[in-house]
Design a protein around this ligand. Structure first.
Ligand code: ZN
Length: 200
């Protein structure tokens, strides 16, 4: 990245910001400037919020969700049906489904999708614990992967992995556009896709 001649602290801030999704070097420079111009209302509170989040937020040992407790509040919620597991790629997808209020079971977050190109193998994802959970009294597994090549590859892999068990496996149907990511769908589309899931 080209230097901006403004001291190592600003360089470091820009460099870190540019690693965020959706931010390249140019938007990272703009974001850094915006932060520095609003030191008291933005820069300092953001620094504290980040430090607090880093200290408090854990990955749930059961489902892979992010929360201040492990097991997370969703895993600990007795009103949620433990017989139905919804498998998602990322926490952002879990949040999207929760916003749509279509699902009252438990989740399992894989932490990504299979990708030969990026070297993402089943061992690098939260998959073995999923198989173990399914053996433990789960009746239905809903595969809520993104409608991307990686998402669908992951869904097929899991279908094969679960074929030997008696669990019912369903996946999201209509409404998720090809190439679409769950996090970007509106609640109505997501809700429809969820309700129209079908047996495999
Ligand atoms: Zn959890």
């Amino acid at each position: 990245m080209a230097q901006v001649q403004a001291g190592p602290e600003i360089e470091r801030l820009i460099q870190l910001l540019s690693k965020l999704p959706g931010l390249g070097p140019r938007s990272a420079r703009r974001a850094a400037l915006a932060l520095l111009k609003k030191r008291e209302v933005l820069l300092e509170p953001l620094g504290l919020a980040m430090r607090d989040a880093a200290a408090a937020i854990k990955t749930c040992e059961v489902c892979g969700n992010l929360d201040t407790s492990s097991p997370c509040s969703l895993c600990n919620d007795p009103r949620r049906d433990a017989h139905v597991l919804c498998v998602v790629e990322d926490v952002a997808d879990l949040w999207a489904l929760e916003r749509a209020s279509v699902f009252r079971g438990k989740y399992h977050v894989l932490g990504g999708a299979l990708s030969a190109l990026d070297g993402i193998t089943p061992e690098k994802l939260n998959m073995a614990p999923l198989i173990a959970r399914v053996r433990d009294g789960v009746e239905e597994v809903i595969l809520a992967m993104n409608a991307t090549v990686e998402g669908q590859t992951t869904a097929h892999y899991l279908m094969d992995a679960l074929a030997a068990s008696t669990v019912k496996v369903t996946r999201l149907a209509h409404g998720v556009p090809v190439g679409g990511e769950l996090d970007y769908l509106d609640e109505g589309t997501l809700s429809h896709a969820f309700k129209a899931r079908r047996s495999l």
